[in-house]
Design a protein around this ligand. Sequence first.
Ligand code: GRF
Length: 208
Amino acid sequence: MKSIVIVISGRGSNMRAIVEAELPVRVAAVISNDPAAAGLQYARDKGIFTQTVNHREFASRDAFDQALAAAIDAHASDLVVLAGFMRILTDGFVQRYDGRMLNIHPSLLPSFTGLHTHRRALELGVKIHGCTVHFVTPRLDHGPIVIQAAVPVLAGDTEESLAARVLREEHRIYPQAVRWFAEGRLALHNGIVRVTGEDAAQSAFPDR
Ligand code: GRF
């Protein structure tokens, strides 16, 4: 069975969705850059090994990334799952986990890379919004796309209501992406992800 390390910064609801999906993976550890991350307590309660690598204790981004990599590598896991991890990673760190590190981003990439995606979607009046699971590459929020889910933007939506609608989909597609990885069904060809097998065409639209 493959093993994963989940890296969080806060609430950890995506981590929780992955743990609760009972995937064919062993969650070797949950690591946070913030000792106050609420998700750590959930992981502890589940008996999962937790660790904090506090970014505030490091003089440089490089030093932090090296400590984080050491913490991750101690588990010799197959996949690193960034789940609401809010630090920008150095190129060296990203390259170390080439093809074995996933991230979830709350927009339909390549639209709305970066922060405040829901606010910006509302400001621009887009009618469809969503979320993306992608492999992490050095260019922020630009890695090969594994799965996306779309939601409508409704009249009267606020940043909060739109975020909640997107988050429900995050909790659906992130476990799916991790499952595909665990089952060895993700292949990368020239920066494009191909999913093999029956449910490979799993739609971006929840009801299909
Ligand atoms: C999610 O919306 C994720 O897409 C974004 O930050 C949020 C983290 O939520 N990067 P959680 O910590 O998984 O609850």
